[in-house]
Ligand binder design. Sequence first.
Ligand SMILES: Cc1cc2nc3c(=O)[nH]c(=O)nc-3n(C[C@H](O)[C@H](O)[C@H](O)COP(=O)(O)O)c2cc1C
Ligand SMILES: [Mn+2]
Length: 502
Amino acid sequence: MAPPADLRDWIALLEREGELVRVTAEVDADLEITEINDRVVKAGGPALLFENVRGARHPLLINQFGSERRMSLAFDTPSLDHVARKLEDVLEMQPPQGLVEKVKGLQKLKSIADSLPKRVRSGVCQEVVLTGDGVDLDLLPIQRCWPGDPAPFITLPAVITHDPRSGVRNVGMYRMQKVDRRTTYMHWQIHKDGRADYLLADGRLELAVALGLDPISAYSASAPLPKHIDEFMLAGFLKGSPVEVVPGKTVSVDVPANAEIVLEGYIERDELGLEGPFGDHTGFYTAAEPFPVFHVTALTMRRDAIYPSIVVGKPPQEDAWLGKATERIFLPAVRMTVPEIVDFDLPVAGAFHNCCIVSIRKAFPGHAKKVMHAIWGLGMLSLTKSIVVVDEHVNVHDYEQVFFYVGANVDPKRDVVLTEGPLDHLDHAPSLQFVGGKLGIDATAKSPAEGAREWPPEIEMSDAVKELVSGRWGEYGIVLDAGARDGSIGHSSQPLRRLLRR
Ligand SMILES: Cc1cc2nc3c(=O)[nH]c(=O)nc-3n(C[C@H](O)[C@H](O)[C@H](O)COP(=O)(O)O)c2cc1C
Ligand SMILES: [Mn+2]
């Protein structure tokens, strides 16, 4: 098996796996779909294909990413950790020793070479081409997500730009508020690569927006890669086959051949409009702010194109799983820079930038504080507002366990770091937008060198007694669930997953 090649392939797979429901009843893209989807997401329910959206010609797909099982199906992998391992394999490549390793090394290098996007002659994304006055966003079932939103928003786009200096492609997911039939805003926040391309452009920046991609390519638009790395290369690597592109009809930007829908157009350097407010993934409405205006010069699509959407809001929502994919897939890259990191967790309730829990192999006094500062200097993780550092044996995904060590191991005066730095564009709490306070909590065991008294041993039953009790369990006549019987209760490795399924 290979990961789905396009959105049709993906929908067929979801359907075969009992992971998709087709809704034929007429529904309204104005708020109604949000409420239906919200109930389904919170119940751990299936992807939804709304085939009859009032006033729109095209169906709407939502909740395609809304469970761990669907994420694994999308990546054609048993778990997201397997995806990370594939990446780790390449990142940790050592000079090969012996012939077998050399051959393996070459295979790995080939998998990178094969990841580059490939130009093809034609693409289904251009079966229908509407230009000029023919462009009509009203054909699409664009959702107005929350009652305070002033207009419908395109929420699951892959926005393709090129760095005007280097030509390197960037693909990012930035919501687009509909202004009229041929115009939207482009919500690229100040830390994002798409915005950097726009600021580097002298006057007009041409771009393209792909909607309805295979799930890995769609995910890659949300991946926080360094600016000089093309997200479609990551997509190609994770898919095991290149993203195929064709030249745009009205812009010098290549577009994914397999997209359901493509919007081509341009942004003028100094043309801004008041975007928002928008019910955001922070759980609050973000205030209206000036953002660039996107003029659509062509709307191209497949015949019977399917429009993809997602709703963000108070967590947990569907985007939790896109974030979890990034957390897992980027762990090897984080470890490349900070190898003492064992694992990390970005709690969904923390909207990803509010909190990071990290476990480390502690080797010297002050080590936890070193790791905090490393994270505050690392790519998009630099926007993290609070960091909790625990020792390597602590399961960062088990929030009760983490809470235990934060309570038990911390002298607030000695172990809490208060500093300041850049914060997420959407964070409404700091006094100033973009900069403010940072909190670090060192919940590792401390040594006298760090000003602590002798650290007490943690309570553990001996292995001999555990084995004895396991062996004799049947004799006691006590019935418990499986976790408790083998002594693993209270150390559940998947509390988040349970929470999200609830
Ligand atoms: C559903 C969803 C919606 C998003 N909306 C925005 C947005 O409106 N503006 C933005 O700057 N980032 C948004 N993001 C985050 C970016 O996609 C993410 O930071 C990505 O790494 C940006 O690409 P870049 O690093 O190439 O700029 C969104 C992410 C998701 C999953
Ligand atoms: Mn980027």
